[in-house]
Design a protein around this ligand. Structure first.
Ligand code: 26W
Length: 777
């Protein structure tokens, strides 16, 4: 794109003048962000409308997702436009350091992996010119902001992300649609976010729906001085998109959640039908010839009956509507955790979306006629995953091992009837944000070697492999050291903790969940701490263990784990005996922007879920691309990471899926506890007072060793994998001592990361699921 940076600077100044009456020099970071955002929106507007016109008559795909974890847009947009450095220089000439925009908060309309994947997919689709648009919800409050109190407990605060405005979207009131519920009709108002591709004129669209009332004020009530009732309709409508549900992988059958899901589904389908009619006329029988729709997990699965409802409303028969829906939709599964699968009680659902329930029941009857052993409705409960497999073209998992588990376990009966529907699409990440933007130093080093613009074609990064020599390893190590220094400054600023950039940076950043086993990590750190004090680890290389994670606010055990890690950190960081060897830091409010600082600085990437639990993981890919070695199990995409980089370049440990399944029936965690004295000492700190607690770690202790009524002891096999975990962790620590050999492993990871570009993933969706081709712009 040919953008004039001087114009953008001038427009920014003009915006500042007439919206805030401030000069460039005096503007706050928020004012500058607003104005610069608006200037960039102006600069891209022609290309955006051209791209929309070009797409209108092409077969295209829609991604429907309840979550988009976009992160901060200002730097990535300038980066993708190819003007980040020039704009920085121009502003610098005027005495303004664009680094002040680090204060701008993220767009955090997602919880974790599933939402971040959706954001990476949009970036990749636009960059590769694949016609894909996104639909989502514009929550007033995104994922909560996290801090820790003096006890080390998580405290949540509302994320009012638009309080200073939102320069990166346009409100398109003229495309507002109505959503009908038995007790009220609400408006869904679209906000369009441009998705700016890298090295292309193409610009995509993410359309986010916001609920509003038809009539904001009841004047009758107002006249009666009943001001609360006067605003009743407004509040009830706005409640629907008020807040992102902060649960990551635990399912809750809440009324408001059904409403959210229905608004997302109905608004998006109505909008598609409007677009379809404007391009192809009123005959909807060819809907599926022109559009494919991808369901990001089952959160938007009501789209299936909703499309059928809309088609039948236009006079189509049930069978014809069914056939079109089946051709239109495909479904991606993102988890095998039973507690995450959406199962709506029919009565609850009927009270919110009665017509949708009727259609689901008809679909279920049809299914049971064809295949009496399969079901969508059972015990008066609708199983949304089954609905999505039945009324869809394809279902896919997100890493090879996960897709296999779907066929063997979760959807075994379905796989027998519809084997041709099951696919795999291994996840990916956008190399623009996760290398180009967050690690320009490493990007430059790679560019010098392989030349050209490898960020558009990550396959080329593989050309590094034969070029890795001592000189390159030295340069890589120097860059890693620089990224650690930069991270140290950020951690100092946000946590008040001083870290040493000469330490090994061992990193576990992801949502807090028992299955992700942050507790296993910290128990090994406690064990290492004791051993160091006993002089049993003479060659131990100084290491900082860095954690970043949010817990669902209602997830008591996850919160107890956060408290425990924070208290261990306090104990260790205040013990002068290990001050030059060991540090533990749990950063607050881990989010996209924090990740962009942490990931480039990491040496060791902790990916330690028991095999068969993490569907894929994508943080593992980001860390690999930035040259960290994986300390991980054979789970999710770790399997493919080790395949690509070679087992010798990772630290793989623990039981395989098969071994865990074999161990499960007779698993006895206490036997390992009794046998392994070092592990026992570490686990005992949950209850023996070595680590100050207020009794709330007692429950963790019992869950590990005794179990509860509903779970067997140590449900996630921490004790089973402990020995091989510690062995691998200490081996990595020892290997780090040979700086050249270790740096070579790191570089082999960088050079082997091509497969994990989301450009590759999105091309596979386009070819193998949506059957669409890139467009010329
Ligand atoms: C309804 C409650 C709920 C909320 C979120 C259920 C399930 C989810 C998501 C499916 C959880 C999620 O984010 N899954 C992650 O998806 C990533 C992208 O595919 C994978 O890399 C992670 O392994 C998976 O945990």
């Amino acid at each position: 794109m040919n953008l004039n940076c001087h114009n953008i600077l001038r427009w920014t100044e003009a915006q500042l003048k007439y919206t805030y009456d401030v000069s460039l020099e005096d503007a706050t970071p928020q004012e500058l962000h607003e104005a610069l955002g608006q200037a960039v929106m102006m600069a891209i507007s022609d290309n955006w409308s051209k791209a929309k016109k070009t797409r209108l008559h092409q077969r295209k795909a829609y991604y429907i997702s309840a979550e988009y974890l976009i992160g901060r847009l200002v730097y990535s947009n300038l980066f993708n436009l190819g003007i980040l450095d020039e704009m920085k220089a121009l502003f610098a000439q005027r005495g303004v350091d664009l680094a002040v925009l680090e204060d701008i908060e993220d767009d955090a309309l997602g919880n974790g992996g599933l939402g971040r994947l959706a954001a990476c997919f949009l970036d990749s689709a636009v960059t590769t010119n694949i016609p894909l648009s996104g639909y989502g919800l514009r929550y007033k409050f995104g994922l909560f902001k996290q801090s820790f109190d003096a006890n080390g407990s998580q405290v949540e605060k509302a994320d009012d992300w638009t309080k200073f405005g939102d320069p990166w979207s346009y409100r398109r009131y003229n495309h507002t649609v109505k959503i009908r519920f038995p007790e009220h009709t609400v408006l869904a108002v679209p906000y369009d976010v441009p998705i700016i591709g890298y090295g292309t004129n193409n610009i995509g669209t993410l359309r986010l729906w916001q609920c509003e009332a038809e009539n904001e004020l009841d004047f009758g009530a107002f006249n009666d001085q009943d001001y609360l009732r006067a605003l009743d309709a407004k509040n009830k409508a706005e409640d629907i998109t008020r807040v992102l549900y902060p649960n990551d992988s635990t399912w809750e059958g809440k009324r408001l959640r059904i409403k959210q899901q229905y608004v997302l589904s109905s608004a998006s389908l109505q909008d598609m039908i409007r677009t379809y009619k404007s391009a192809y006329g009123n005959d909807l029988r060819h809907f599926a010839d022109h559009y494919a729709v991808q369901l990001n997990d089952t959160h938007p699965a009501m789209s299936i009956p909703e499309l059928m409802r809309l088609l039948m409303e236009e006079g189509m028969s049930f069978d014809d509507a069914f056939a079109i829906a089946q051709k239109t939709f495909s479904y991606t599964n993102h988890t095998v955790m039973g507690e995450a699968l959406e199962k709506w009680p029919l009565d609850l659902m009927r009270s919110v979306v009665p017509e949708i329930v009727d259609i689901i029941c008809r679909i279920d009857q049809k299914l049971k006629c064809e295949h009496p052993n399969l079901f969508i409705v059972k015990d008066n409960t609708a199983h949304m995953a089954n609905l999505s497999v039945y009324v869809g073209s394809y279902v896919n998992g997100v890493a090879e091992i996960h897709s296999q588990i779907l066929k063997d376990d979760c959807f075994k009966d379905w796989y027998q009837v519809y084997p041709e529907r099951f696919q795999n699409k291994t996840n990916g990440i956008t190399p623009r944000r996760w290398l180009g933007l967050c690690n320009p130093e490493l990007t430059e080093l790679i560019s010098e070697k392989v030349g050209g613009d490898f960020l558009r074609d990550l396959d080329r990064i593989g050309e590094l492999k034969p070029l890795i020599d001592d000189e390159m390893v030295k340069k890589f190590n120097a860059i890693k050291r620089l990224k650690k220094e930069q991270l140290c400054a950020v951690v100092k600023k946000h946590e008040g903790v001083e870290l040493n950039p000469d330490f090994i940076f061992d990193v576990q950043v992801k949502r807090l969940h028992e299955y992700k086993r942050q507790l296993l990590n910290i128990l090994s750190v406690v064990d290492i701490y004791f051993r160091l004090k006993e002089g049993r680890l003479p060659d131990f290389r100084p290491t900082v263990y860095l954690f970043g994670a949010k817990s669902a606010p209602g997830y008591a055990r996850a919160k107890a784990i956060i408290r425990y890690i924070n208290r261990v950190a306090k104990l260790i960081n205040n013990d002068p005996a290990v001050a030059d060897k060991l540090k533990v830091v749990f950063v607050q409010n881990y989010n996209c922007s924090y990740a962009e600082h942490i990931i480039p600085a990491a040496d060791i990437s902790e990916q330690i879920s028991p095999a068969g639990t993490e569907a894929s993981g994508t943080g593992n890919m980001k860390l690999m691309l930035n040259g960290a070695v994986t300390l991980g199990t054979l789970d999710g995409a770790n399997v493919e990471i080790a395949q690509e980089a070679g087992m010798d370049n990772e630290y793989i440990f623990g039981h395989t899926v098969e071994e865990i399944n074999a161990a499960r029936p007779n698993y006895y965690a206490r036997g390992i506890y009794d046998y392994n004295a070092d592990l026992r000492r570490a686990i005992n700190t949950l209850v023996d007072g070595t680590v100050p607690t207020d009794g709330d770690q007692q429950e963790l202790f019992h869950a590990l060793l005794d179990g509860t009524n509903w779970h067997k002891a140590d449900h996630y096999f921490l004790l089973l994998d402990y020995e091989s975990y510690l062995e691998a962790k200490l081996r990595a620590n020892r290997d780090y001592g040979d700086r050249m050999a270790f740096g070579r492993k790191c570089l082999m990871n960088v050079a082997s990361a091509a497969k994990f570009s989301s450009d590759r993933t999105i091309r596979q969706y386009a070819e193998e699921i949506w059957h669409i081709k890139p467009i010329e712009y």
